[in-house]
Write a protein that binds this ligand. Structure first.
Ligand code: IMP
Length: 435
């Protein structure tokens, strides 16, 4: 089995949590490699719903070591609250390891995120306001503090003093805001969070390689998605990290030759939260239907998601950039009651047809979708357990996606529960590879 990466192929909220959880059962480690608590992965296990933000999905299996690698940005207050919530629900978090090299999110990052959005007015990005962008900006500017600094009060204070010396005048003069108090932050981060996080802080790169050398199986859990990628997404309406499969190498510290399989999680339609182009967006009753049936509201922010038809121009590009080996299609059941289903197969921009993703952002903004229309299946598929039980029209829809993408749709989700999926492949069973 080796190493598997799970990556979203759209704008996030593809239902990555469910398949990450299913794929995790035979893994030894599950590793988050980018993003922070802007993510929200929902898992439904035996009727219980778990909403994870920072802790990797594998935490629900006692044999797995969940790891938050160096590429993640960590708000220690949020992480400790999540650990507390999970522990209260009977989930053992004692094996969680957090990289000492992961960068910390501070209250001033969150304040900057909120104020930057306010200043952008109608051009705002629609961020989650969690301080993600400003924390990654500090990392790139080399003024960030890292998780390891929580264990060294002297260094922590020195670095924080330097940052606040530069930041506080900005808060006062530009944003008309009270300065941040070093002692108040130090008390919360060093005195309260530091001791509680200490047993979890470690060398995730070392542990990962030790595991690989012993033949362990590792799952890399992407948060956000391809089109929210800082380099390959619809910039500037993106997050500030690299969710693409290549992000694993930097964000977790392994070379590309160690990645065996890349599974692209693809919702049977598309949704997006926040601003930015969305060629196949539906602003009509069908769009509302997808929001209602698919419960398309943010896991953390509760924001209503914009919905639209599946876009295979985007999907083909995601296959290329991530070298996807398989697709896992999610939420197919949400389309159950539609008479017909459209799929965007190309764009038209100023009279020119694009079968591949236009590189120029303005073209994506002006893209008019070219649709193919397929028949709906008009029945409840949430109880379907294998490919042969699927209605013909549903099977045709999945085969159409495979043909458009050029990679197999090996797994298909038909409901939120752990058991509600089918193995669509006749050659592999990704969830139970040894069976
Ligand atoms: P940020 O990651 O909070 O900076 O937000 C940047 C963009 O990414 C915004 O459009 C957010 O709505 C979007 N975004 C960030 N995290 C997620 C996620 O987990 N799912 C969906 N969209 C997200």
């Amino acid at each position: 089995m080796g190493t598997t990466v799970v990556v979203g192929t759209q704008w996030g909220d593809e239902g990555k949590g469910k398949f990450t959880d299913l794929l995790a059962q035979d893994m030894d480690m599950v590793v988050r490699y980018q993003g922070g608590h802007n993510a929200g992965h929902t898992l439904v296990v035996e009727g219980n719903t778990f909403k994870l933000q920072l802790v990797p999905s594998g935490v629900l299996y006692p044999h797995i070591t969940p790891m938050i690698a160096n590429g993640v940005v960590v708000d220690p207050v949020v992480l400790l609250e999540e650990i507390k919530r999970l522990s209260a629900a009977g989930v053992d978090c004692s094996k969680l390891v957090v990289s000492g090299n992961a960068h910390l999110i501070f209250p001033y990052h969150q304040a900057l995120d909120v104020m930057a959005e306010r200043h952008l007015g109608s051009n705002k990005l629609g961020t989650t306001k969690r301080g993600i962008g400003p924390a990654y900006a500090d990392k790139a500017a080399r003024v960030g503090l890292r998780v390891q600094d929580l264990l060294d009060p002297k260094i922590f204070r020195e670095k924080l003093a330097m940052v606040l010396h530069e930041r506080n005048p900005l808060f006062a003069k530009v944003y008309n805001r009270l300065p941040f108090d070093l002692e108040a932050i130090a008390e919360q981060y060093l005195d309260e969070c530091g001791p509680l996080l200490k047993p979890h802080i470690g060398d995730t790169v070392g542990l990962l390689h030790q595991g690989l050398e012993h033949g362990q199986n590792v799952l890399f859990e992407g948060a956000q998605a391809m089109y929210l990628d800082l380099d390959h997404g619809t910039y500037p309406f993106v997050t500030s990290s690299n969710p693409i499969a290549g992000g694993v190498c930097v964000g977790a510290g392994i070379g590309p030759r160690y990645i065996d399989r890349v599974i692209g999680i693809t919702k049977a339609y598309i949704s997006r939260v926040g601003s930015g182009p969305f060629p196949s967006e539906l602003t009509d009753a069908v769009g509302d239907h997808l929001v209602d049936v698919g419960q398309e509201y943010g896991t953390n922010t509760k924001r209503r998601r914009r919905c639209g038809w599946l876009d295979t121009v985007m999907l083909r590009h995601a296959v290329r950039v991530n070298s996807l080996s398989d697709l896992a299609i999610t939420k197919l059941d949400v389309l159950d009651t539609l008479d017909t289903i459209k799929v965007c197969v190309a764009y038209e921009v100023d009279g020119e047809r694009y079968d591949t993703m236009p590189y120029h952002q303005s073209a994506i903004h002006r893209a008019v979708p070219v649709y193919e229309e397929l028949a709906g299946w008009g029945c409840d598929i949430s109880g379907v357990a294998c490919r042969s039980e699927l209605p013909k029209a549903a099977e045709d829809y999945l085969c159409f996606i495979e043909e458009q993408a050029g990679v197999p749709a090996s797994l298909v989700g038909v409901g939120p529960q752990r058991h509600q999926y089918i193995n669509f492949s006749s050659t592999v069973d990704l969830v139970n590879p040894t069976r």
